[in-house]
Ligand binder design. Structure first.
Ligand code: BES
Ligand code: MN
Ligand code: ZN
Length: 510
């Protein structure tokens, strides 16, 4: 898909399809008013007849309207005008692109209203990211003819030519984010018989080659030498060899401490000897979505050539039952030297993450963010709307929350109070790997907190947000948008736009 920004009058814009917004109860946006005037009341008539009301996620197509140059006019419902926000804008873009994906149009021009406090750069970023998500398909494993969508180009139309430079920059950012999320979605959707730890390592090597990143893949022997025994205790039951992937994008100052991203890469989680029930177990192929989001974000960072140091770390293995598998009650010594009583082999995510979190101490990181489909409890707490956020540093937490808001890939903070640590007490080791039914997301993070004392750290529990269940089952690519916004903000303002334009957006205002 090609994205472009154009300035001009929407009435005279030649395009297969022009998409404009209508608010709830048929309130016309400025663009809709202009078209309504040009077409002698065609939109108002339609609303009066009750054919379209402007509800969010709805749309209505009109053909060959008098008074405009476009072949088709697509009315996009934006919901309440008072509540109109970047989030409504993204939903509007998404319904327009989904509607046009299966139409005869080869180009789509979008002219939706600008929400308050949004500049052209962030709006364009949202547009490209949302369009990628709406266009995403995963049909490579189906035989039969592939439907190639006719839509080839999406144009963001602005009335004000002065906003074009900023918007163009935002579009390239949004494209890189959308492509990073596409990669994460692909890796997530691949089944566990294809997407093994070795496959993930190969994909990381491929990305490193394409994008000029450094890559290192440790094998079981090297992990043994490092004392990564909790990670290896998860891998014990699997015939697939575990891998430990390190991807480096070092484009900042050599003396700047790196930002480290760590992603849980369980390519299939059966629960191990603490076997999961059968229903919906197929969804545990998604238990590597944290890893996928780290790899996807590294692609985004590389494509944007962000002038910062970022290191992506992915511990990856299957969690399988077998005669060699770890038993409930087994005690292992982690790389940090702390011992863990594994009371439940299904609480395996924290066991691979804790060794990775110890490993990354060597980078003397500015901060570490780990991303994991860690607890079913997080799905109960936040559903599929927000990711769980826990952190040992409040400034970092605020920064992550802000990146969630600006990208629409939102997170919500839960507390990491010391009292929760009591639930991890073990009679036989330094800690147990489970903390009982209460506050499951917090006790999982409290476990990780014991391994992150050397640096600022934030943890994202994406169990509810990384994929959708049911008839739209599929990986979402989250939290690539959140992580990318976080890193773009850390990189500061781009060198690309001239100084006069740069002033339009205050540095890190979010
Ligand atoms: N990968 C799961 C978490 C999960 C479960 C994500 C369901 C999405 C949907 C994780 O490894 C796990 O099994 N967690 C256990 C922890 C428990 C044994 C303390 C859970 O949440 O049930
Ligand atoms: Mn598990
Ligand atoms: Zn798991």
């Amino acid at each position: 898909m090609k994205f472009d920004v154009k300035a001009g009058d929407l009435r005279t814009r030649k395009t297969d399809c022009l998409a404009i917004g209508v608010f709830a109860e048929g309130t016309l946006s400025d663009e809709a008013k202009a078209i309504d005037d040009a077409s002698r009341g065609a939109i108002k008539a339609l609303i009066r007849e009750g054919d379209f009301g402007g509800d969010i996620d709805s749309c209505h197509m009109l053909h060959s309207l008098d008074g405009i140059a476009a072949n088709r006019l697509l009315l996009i419902g934006l919901g309440s005008q008072e509540k109109y926000s970047a989030q409504s804008f993204r939903r509007g873009v998404s319904s327009a692109v989904k509607r046009m994906g299966h139409s005869g149009s080869s180009d789509l021009t979008l002219s939706l209203p600008t929400p308050d406090k949004e500049d052209a750069r962030s709006l364009a970023r949202s547009l490209a990211t949302a369009a990628h998500e709406a266009l995403y398909r995963f049909d490579g494993l189906k035989s039969g003819d592939k439907v190639t969508p006719k839509l080839k180009q999406i144009v963001m139309l602005l009335a004000d030519p002065e906003r074009v430079t900023l918007a163009t920059h935002g579009l390239s950012e949004g494209t890189a984010i959308g492509e990073g999320a596409d990669l994460a979605r692909d890796l997530g959707n691949l089944p566990a018989n294809i997407c093994t730890p070795t496959y993930l390592a190969d994909q990381a090597k491929k990305l490193a080659l394409e994008s000029k990143l450094d890559v290192q893949v440790l094998d079981r022997k090297q992990m043994q030498a490092l004392g990564m025994n909790t990670l290896l205790s998860v891998a014990a039951g699997s015939d697939e060899p575990p891998k430990f992937i390190v991807l480096k994008h070092l484009k900042g100052n050599a003396k700047d401490a790196p930002i480290v991203l760590v992603g849980k890469g369980i390519t299939f989680d059966t629960g191990g000897i603490s076997l999961k029930p059968g229903a919906e177990m197929d969804e545990m192929k998604y238990d590597m979505c944290g890893a996928a989001s780290v790899i996807g974000t590294m692609q985004t960072v590389a494509r944007l050539r962000l002038p910062i140091n970022v290191i992506g770390v992915v511990p990856t293995t299957e969690n399988m039952p077998s005669g060699k598998a770890t038993r409930p009650g087994d005690i292992v010594k982690s790389m940090s030297g702390q011992t863990v009583e594994i009371l439940n082999t299904d609480a395996e995510g924290r066991l691979i993450l804790c060794d990775a979190l110890t490993y990354v101490e060597r980078f003397k990181p500015a901060c570490v963010i780990d991303v994991a489909t860690l607890t079913g409890a997080c799905v109960i707490a936040l559903g599929s709307v927000g990711s769980g956020l826990l952190a040992n540093d409040d400034e970092l937490a605020q920064e992550v929350l802000a990146a969630g808001l600006s990208s629409g890939d939102r997170a919500w903070q839960l507390p990491l109070w010391d009292e929760y640590q009591d639930q991890l007490k073990s009679n036989f080791a330094d800690m147990a790997n489970i903390g009982g039914r209460a506050a499951g997301t917090i006790t999982a993070a409290s476990f990780l907190a014991r391994f992150t004392k050397q640096y600022r750290w934030a943890h994202l529990d994406i169990a509810g947000t990384a994929w959708r269940s049911g008839k739209d089952k599929g990986s979402t690519g989250r939290p690539v948008p959140l992580l990318s916004h976080f890193l773009i903000a850390r990189a500061g303002e781009p060198a690309a736009p001239p100084k006069s334009v740069r002033k339009a957006k205050p540095r890190r205002s979010r």
